[in-house]
Design a protein around this ligand. Structure first.
Ligand code: F6R
Length: 607
């Protein structure tokens, strides 16, 4: 889950790498480091420390480092605590290395190559440097091949050899690496975001291929030593999407971008007023023939899946399971060729989702993935991929990726209904018209952000917050609650309001604010009664309700936000924006680092 960068060219490498590491910091931010090599060869100069990239930048200025070839790393600790020694790069013999991933057999490697007492850090990564050093006798490809065959686990490695100046070698298994030519050399990274300032052409390094970057460009070889073909991709997002665009935090910018990115995701997929996935190669037979659907995802992406479940079950009438990808394998999953598997992932790299998808494919399940990052592992591992067009999502807390995932699920549900002959032309038109209204409705909510800010102020000092709702409202709140927890550190729980009285209502006091969402006409009276139950236990209720209807009940809220009216199944969209903004403003007003909450990383490539 770390960020890696490598640059070689005619420019000063340290500045390029430090800027890139700042962009990659969302992947991990407990320590950072760079190594620079000299044109004449010789040991690389390593500068690293626990702390943020800004601290590393100061250290580099102090040490006045320079060089035209280098590798850099921002860390999310797995093996070995957060310390200067455990920060990357690691040097061993003639090798300097950075690593993202986990080497599972590092203990066995320490024994086999008698490394006990010879390592400076507690990391599995330094072990890889030592094994490489063991095999290195002047031929980098041979040393890399021999080393890779000894490794068990996941890795993205960037390597410099002290006697091969100006060149960076890289290889990966599962953990991502993308690479690109620049005007004057070449660059690699764990994420396209770091490459976008240089070029729009890049490629995903295929697993177990070795790339070599130099001023002359990039070469790639497979593990048997044959030259491999590079499949170039084009970044199709605008470069301005990777800066903060004047907002104090990426999270706010990404929340505000939602109307545009939903249009970008939906509009190209509508033909003759109907959803169309021919560009993705998804045939109607696939959508018509499945008997069951299994959604696999983690965190926010899984919450999008829960909304998809409600949509598909209510409109198509087939059973949908939404499974936490990390639990999928341990529950003896029953999936087969009649189960359509939908994997949802912003990064496309979440290892649990990837492994679950691979397992389902082995069982013969047809598969579609909904992914934001082009060419990511999950996209490549599934039969079909529908890309969300959210652009780079840099804030750790997912916002625009979630709502674009929902947009794809709305389209997919509609295509499935058409494929199964369930909808008349009129029904299709009504549904699609409503979907096309979403961006404008979101804009209406976003224009009231100051009002939402005032609402957020009322929970600023709360220790616990409960969120209650039923049906789709409950699904929305699961996501709203996760958002609040991760960026504000306030303990919060989403509860199905009918379930509250079976135990948890004991926790409701006048100190527990309750956010209630009421958007589903058929559930409204029950939801309002449940709100009354918590209010009579002293809770201050923040009510998000559809429309401006005057409620008959006595005043049961202390704050109210009236959501613009849409058909019930689309109310998720405006309600989610309000909950995202509440979480954002609480974090902002607490003075927290909104984009980089503690302990979290954006891309979770460890199980
Ligand atoms: C929360 C959040 C996470 C991710 C989860 C899956 O805001 O972003 O819960 O949704 O780690 O990540 P992806 O979607 O990249 O598979």
């Amino acid at each position: 889950m770390c960020g890696i960068i490598g640059y070689t060219g005619t420019k000063e490498a340290s500045g390029i790498m430090l800027d890139a590491l700042e962009l990659l910091e969302y992947r991990g931010y407990d320590s950072a480091g760079i190594a620079l090599s000299d044109e004449n060869g010789g040991p690389a100069r390593i500068i690293k420390r626990a702390g943020r990239v800004k601290d590393l930048r100061l250290l580099c200025e102090e040490k006045n480092v320079s060089g035209h070839c280098g590798i850099g790393h921002t860390r999310w600790a797995t093996h070995g605590g957060v310390s200067d020694e455990n920060a990357h790069p690691h040097g061993y013999g003639k090798i300097t290395i950075i690593h993202n991933g986990i080497i599972e057999n590092y203990r066995q490697l320490i024994e086999k190559y008698e490394l006990d007492g010879k390592l400076k850090s507690q990391t599995d990564s330094e072990v890889v440097a030592a094994v490489l050093s063991h095999f290195y006798q002047g031929d980098p490809y041979s040393a890399i091949r021999k080393t890779v065959l000894k490794l068990k686990g996941t890795f993205a490695l960037a390597i410099m050899f002290e006697d091969i100046p100006g060149k960076i070698y890289a290889v990966r298994n599962v953990s991502p690496i993308v690479a690109a030519n620049t005007e004057d050399g070449a660059i690699l990274s764990s994420d396209v975001a770091a490459i976008v300032p240089f070029t729009t052409q890049y490629f995903v390094v295929p697993e177990l291929n070795v790339v070599c970057l130099s001023r002359e460009g990039i070469e790639m070889y497979d593990l048997s030593g044959d030259k491999a073909r590079i499949d170039w991709l084009t970044v199709d997002w605008d470069i301005s999407r990777s800066d903060k665009g004047g907002y104090p935090f990426y999270m706010e910018k990404e929340i505000m971008e939602q109307p545009d990115v939903i249009n970008d995701t939906v509009l190209p997929r509508i033909k003759d007023g109907k959803p169309d996935f021919t560009a993705e190669g998804i045939k109607d037979e696939m959508l018509a023939s499945c008997e069951r659907i299994c959604v696999i995802a983690c965190g926010t992406a899984m919450h999008a899946g829960l909304v998809g479940k409600s949509l598909i079950q209510s409109m198509i009438g087939i059973h949908v399971d939404v499974v936490m990808a990390s639990e999928f394998m341990y529950n003896d999953p029953v999936v087969n060729d009649k189960t359509l598997v939908i994997a949802i992932s912003q990064s496309g790299e979440t290892i649990d989702t990837l492994e679950a998808l691979k397992f389902a494919r082995k069982c013969g399940s047809p598969s579609i993935s909904i992914v934001n990052v082009k060419g990511a592992s999950i996209a490549r591992a599934s039969e079909h991929v529908i890309y969300t067009c959210a652009g780079p999502e840099i804030a750790v807390a997912s916002t625009k990726a979630y709502t674009t995932q929902l947009a794809v699920l709305y389209l997919l549900t509609a295509r499935m209904a058409i494929a199964r002959g369930l909808w008349s032309e009129d029904q299709t038109k009504k549904y699609m018209d409503e979907l096309l209204r979403v961006p404008d409705v979101m804009k209406e909510v976003l224009s009231q952000k100051e009002e939402i800010h005032h609402i957020a102020d009322t929970i600023l000092n709360a220790k616990d917050v409960f969120m209650i709702g039923r049906g789709l409202d409950y699904s929305i709140l699961l996501e709203g609650s996760l958002k609040l927890k991760e960026v504000s550190y306030i303990h919060s729980e989403a509860y199905a309001s009918g379930e509250l009285k079976h135990g948890t209502i004991a926790l409701i006091t006048s100190e527990t604010p309750v956010i209630a969402v009421v958007t589903q006409d058929k559930l409204k009276s029950k939801e309002l009664s449940n709100i009354k139950e918590v209010q009579s236990r002293g809770a201050k209720v923040i009510l998000l309700i559809k429309g401006d209807e005057v409620l008959e009940q006595e005043k049961i809220w202390s704050r109210i936000f009236r959501l613009p009216v849409m058909e019930d199944e689309f109310m998720v969209m405006p309600a989610s924006v309000v909950l995202q903004l509440i979480a954002y403003y609480v974090s902002l007003d607490k003075g927290l680092d909104v984009d980089k909450p503690r302990n979290l990383a954006k891309v979770v490539t460890v199980e």
